[in-house]
Design a protein around this ligand. Structure first.
Ligand code: NI
Ligand code: MN
Length: 229
């Protein structure tokens, strides 16, 4: 059994019997999670891009827990320079791990880290992830606009759970995310990246209403809630 817990924003914890994965662990500065970063550990940390609301606490958790960070080549080099153990990959590539398989998917967005002197360090392309674990396929879209190749992902993978941003302004909004559900045809879709701050205050109910017409089950969680697959 695979448990997927939403910690608010784009942060998810995926657990099976033996392993804990974190995706985009944005915890200490996340106004929507009551989780404490010190209490969170993982075997693997998957990071979609360098923006602070996604890279988040990855470095701290990776070092404390001896976790392996799975991310793009460029962001991976940056994280290695910060002392993290990294599995560098790139878009279209997959690899097998002891818990299952991860494939990096494209995302249309940016990826950068702001250093201590407020300089922007570009960290290559952002990505999304297909995670295959215990026979379950999860798609985390990362931060992205709508793109037509989501249809390709829907054809190539039998997606059980799609995690899609709906917050608008920086990513897809409700309408485009509902359209994405039609392209991906997942069994379940779950909205993320909304209401963290007023600028992305969008309605998950409207997303559910628009996406349900497409035959996918829409689940709306509160931060801290989890589903079992
Ligand atoms: Ni971003
Ligand atoms: Mn973001």
């Amino acid at each position: 059994m695979v448990k997927v817990k939403w910690l608010g924003h784009s942060t998810f914890q995926i657990k099976n019997g033996g392993y804990t994965l974190l995706i985009d662990p944005f915890i200490s500065d996340n106004p929507k999670t009551s989780a404490s970063v010190n209490e969170i550990c993982a075997d693997y940390i998957l990071v979609t891009h360098g923006h602070h609301d996604h890279l988040g606490d990855s470095i701290e958790i990776a070092k404390r827990c001896d976790a392996i960070v799975i991310t793009t080549n460029e962001l991976g080099h940056y994280l290695e320079s910060k002392g993290c153990c990294v599995k560098r990959m790139h878009i279209g590539g997959g690899d097998n791990f002891d818990f299952g398989r991860v494939i990096l998917t494209k995302a249309f967005h940016g990826s950068s880290v702001i250093d201590e002197k407020s300089n922007i360090i570009y960290t290559g392309m952002p990505c999304g992830f297909i995670v295959q674990i215990d026979g379950v396929t999860i798609y985390h879209a990362g931060d992205t606009g709508l793109f037509g190749d989501m249809k390709l992902l829907g054809e190539r993978y039998d997606i059980d759970l799609a995690l899609l941003p709906i917050g608008d302004v920086f990513t897809m909004g409700v309408r485009d995310a509902a359209y994405a559900v039609g392209l991906l045809e997942p069994r379940i879709a779950l909205p993320m990246h909304y209401k963290t701050w007023p600028v992305i205050d969008q309605s998950p109910d409207l997303f559910a209403e628009m996406a349900q017409r497409r035959g996918t089950e829409i689940m709306i969680l509160e931060p801290g809630e989890e589903i079992e697959l």
